[in-house]
Design a binder for this molecule. Structure first.
Ligand code: FES
Ligand SMILES: [Fe+2]
Length: 382
């Protein structure tokens, strides 16, 4: 049996047994979390700096920079980033700030380009970050251009993502950080998927927002007509890999498996699998040919988030029908997040200062958020 099939069968078995017993994967105890951890700007800013800056985070999909000599200029929290792929296919990440006097060397966007002309006075850099030309250099004065280079960040390409440490002083061992989760991610083969669409969304503050992505306990209330239509609420199979997590929800047809010979199972049709990369990325294969990837960063003032939402298809949709299926999936994903999750999260955020609660609770049936908050606390060593 293939390794991927065996994995899915094992998860399906766990979900089926839970559903037949009325149980779910659980944490050892109820977790009590101070509301202060959601509201105190000092705590949040220290956590963001320790978690998002000092550890590798996914900043783009490999599939966004498919071709050699392609690039993407974007922003993560308050750091403008220039991601490049050189003529040999090597990806690098720089802070998109010119060494002359701090202007962006490339406007936000993506495409194919190997040289970047600073938007202010036209200094030119190549995609390895080296300064290759100073405009009117004969008048500028004596300066060793070979010593001038864009600030480069730790970068590695792995499992379909381009990862970077936003703090330029940090070098990292990504494999150690992945804790085996990279081989889980490799099973998805993300880098070969086709990006059908991507867009950015404004969302609520980081932890309120991210709690929603880790929640298997709200589908019946918040998503009855979208992603909750086919999933059984509160039925989770949960596994952790260091800070990262893989979890699966059972679909409403899970009990059918009890009637089918295991060798004939198609487990992917009975569960919804989500891979959650700590601290900010989620890969959700809601239907087998379609996948939703979300990368979420706090806004620079930490009062909100910016989500990059990618809709991917296993193959590029070509026929009218395939395009319609991809459109329907994109709309389902949009509606679940923009019309359902984020409005609920914004309601929580809008009244979080009301002094109604000093604490929030995470039940034993909410092991995913519990794991996340334990790691937030651990890495910010509270
Ligand atoms: S700031 Fe870039 S060329 Fe002057
Ligand atoms: Fe949700």
């Amino acid at each position: 049996m293939g390794h991927q099939r065996k994995k899915l069968i094992d998860i399906a078995k766990r979900l089926l047994n839970h559903n037949l017993n009325g149980s779910t994967d659980q944490a050892d105890e109820i977790m009590v979390k101070s509301v202060n951890d959601y509201t105190d700007n000092k705590i949040i800013s220290s956590e963001v700096s320790k978690i998002f800056y000092d550890h590798p985070v996914p900043i783009a999909l490999s599939a966004e920079l498919k071709e050699n000599n392609s690039y993407k200029a974007t922003k993560a929290i308050d750091t403008p980033l220039l991601i490049t792929r050189d003529e040999d296919g090597v990806a690098r990440v720089f802070i998109n700030i010119c060494k002359h006097r701090g202007a962006p060397v490339c406007p936000e966007g993506s495409g194919e380009k190997s040289k970047f002309n600073c938007s202010y006075h036209g200094w030119m850099y190549n995609n390895k970050g080296n300064l290759v030309n100073i405009f009117k250099s004969d008048t500028f004065g004596d300066i060793d251009t070979t010593k001038i280079k864009l600030t480069e960040l730790f970068c590695e390409e792995k499992s379909g993502f381009i990862w970077a440490c936003l703090n330029p002083d940090i070098k990292y061992n990504l494999s150690e950080w992945m804790n085996g989760f990279d081989s889980e991610l490799d099973d998805i083969n993300l880098k070969n998927w086709h990006i059908f669409r991507s867009k950015t969304l404004e969302g609520p503050r980081w932890k309120i927002c991210w709690d929603g992505y880790l929640d298997g306990y709200h589908h019946h209330m918040v998503h009855p007509e979208t992603v909750g239509k086919n999933t059984i609420v509160n039925l989770i199979a949960h596994d952790t890999y260091g800070p990262h997590q893989r979890f699966a929800f059972g679909l409403k047809n899970i009990n059918e498996l009890a009637e089918i010979d295991e060798k004939d199972w198609e487990p992917e049709n009975h569960l919804r699998l989500i891979h959650s990369v700590f601290p900010n990325s989620s890969i959700s294969a809601i239907q087998n040919q379609h996948c939703l990837v979300s990368i979420v960063f706090p806004t620079p003032d930490l009062q909100g988030t910016i989500t990059t939402q990618y809709i991917l298809c296993l193959e590029e949709p070509k026929t009218k029908e395939q395009i319609k299926e991809a459109e329907d999936f994109a709309e389902l994903s949009r509606a679940a997040i923009v019309d359902e999750d984020y409005p609920m999260n914004f309601k929580i955020q809008d009244s979080i200062n009301s002094k109604a609660n000093k604490e929030f609770l995470f039940g034993r049936n909410e092991p995913i958020q519990q794991h996340y908050h334990k790691w937030v606390d651990k890495l910010s060593s509270k």
